[in-house]
Design a protein around this ligand. Structure first.
Ligand SMILES: Nc1ncnc2c1ncn2[C@@H]1O[C@H](COP(=O)(O)OP(=O)(O)O)[C@@H](O)[C@H]1O
Ligand SMILES: [Mg+2]
Length: 329
């Protein structure tokens, strides 16, 4: 495989939920690539389709309502949408590790963490129980959990939130995956622990060379960790760019709104940050045209026709809605 070929390529993904109101699209023709060894950030407010995108990639959509209607998920040259369930179980945890927001959803409260970590090795490698146990202790050491020989016998509730998330990271990384998908991995943690965990993930990525998809509603987290950024709004990618480019030259009104609502170093304490007015429309109410115009209460043809998604500068793509797309002066 050439260096240029992305590790993961999502092409024109459409994911819908079968509801009483019909088939509603939560992800509407989303495309992006993840390069080897790189971190792609997916950012957007709550409800924009970030988690559904992740669940579609690893085929863990809520069943039977969730359905991928269209698109490909090319991973190491094959389409995961066409893989069998047995193959997908091997991919998950083996080649793709997953970290969710709330560590307790990934951990079994009634099993010692050593048993849960060992399980990853037993499922995906040919290790013996004893080897898996030793490897588990090594993983706890790798994620900087102090006294791993003791902690391995603990139950999840005996650990702090930050330590639990380290265990989840250890589980996601156990089999040296090519890709880690981290969906709001630090949102449930307090700020100092959040910084430690992000730092740890960065270091581990450097050591192990994996690619990461980092999903967050927090542009601050993106700035710290990502190489490239996808901005999602209402099920669509409205802008995509290398991270420095996005922060220097945001082209879409939604991205600018997110940036303006972010505290800066020179923001006086206790000042009120601007917020984007209104809310993301519900799935049943989304217009075919520009959804940010819909939020801003605009009318007319912009609501009926989907804006083009165009490359304005090398690697910098944006939905060129006449109202929302603007080149900075
Ligand atoms: N099981 C489900 N059934 C129906 N709608 C869902 C389901 N899960 C998520 N959705 C809807 O899909 C949209 C995208 O959700 P999600 O991907 O979780 O957003 P994000 O992760 O960006 O906060 C939201 O409108 C949400 O209400
Ligand atoms: Mg989410």
């Amino acid at each position: 495989m050439s260096d240029e070929e992305p590790l993961l390529e999502v092409r024109d993904l459409i994911t819908a939920f079968d509801t009483d109101a019909g088939l509603l699209r939560a992800v509407d023709q989303v495309s992006f690539q993840v390069k080897r060894g790189r971190t792609l950030g997916i950012v957007g407010e709550s409800g924009c389709g970030k988690s559904v995108t992740a669940m579609s990639i690893i085929r863990l959509l809520p069943q039977p309502m969730g359905k991928v209607l269209q698109g490909q998920v090319m991973f190491k040259g094959r389409d995961l949408q066409k893989a069998t369930d047995v193959e997908m179980r091997k991919v998950r945890g083996g080649e793709i590790g997953v970290i969710f927001q709330e560590p307790m959803t990934a951990l079994n409260p009634v099993q010692r963490i050593g048993k849960q970590l060992s399980e990853c090795f037993l499922l995906h490698t040919k290790m013996s129980r004893k080897e898996a146990w030793e490897a588990s202790i090594e993983m706890l050491r790798l994620v900087r959990i102090p006294a791993p020989e003791q902690r391995i016998g603990d139950y999840p509730h005996q650990l702090s939130g930050g330590m639990r998330q380290r265990v989840v990271i250890a589980m996601a990384l156990a089999c040296k995956p090519d890709l880690v998908i981290a969906d709001e991995p630090t949102t449930a943690l307090d700020v100092t622990v959040q910084a430690q965990i992000l730092d740890l993930m960065k270091q581990l990525q450097k050591e192990m060379g994996m690619s990461v998809i980092l999903i967050t509603h927090d542009l601050g987290v993106i700035a710290e960790t990502c190489d490239e950024v996808v901005v999602m709004y209402a099920g669509r990618v409205v802008e995509r760019a290398p991270v420095a480019e996005l922060f220097e030259r945001p082209l879409h009104a939604y991205t600018r709104g997110l940036l303006d609502s972010m505290p800066k170093l020179d923001t006086p304490r206790k000042s009120v940050l601007p917020t984007i007015p209104g809310m993301v429309a519900g799935l049943a109410d989304l217009v075919p045209g520009c959804r940010f115009c819909q939020r801003m209460g605009r009318e007319g043809p912009v609501l009926r026709e989907r804006p083009m998604f165009e490359e304005i500068h090398p690697g910098h793509w944006v939905e060129t809605c006449p109202n929302c797309f603007e080149e900075p002066a």
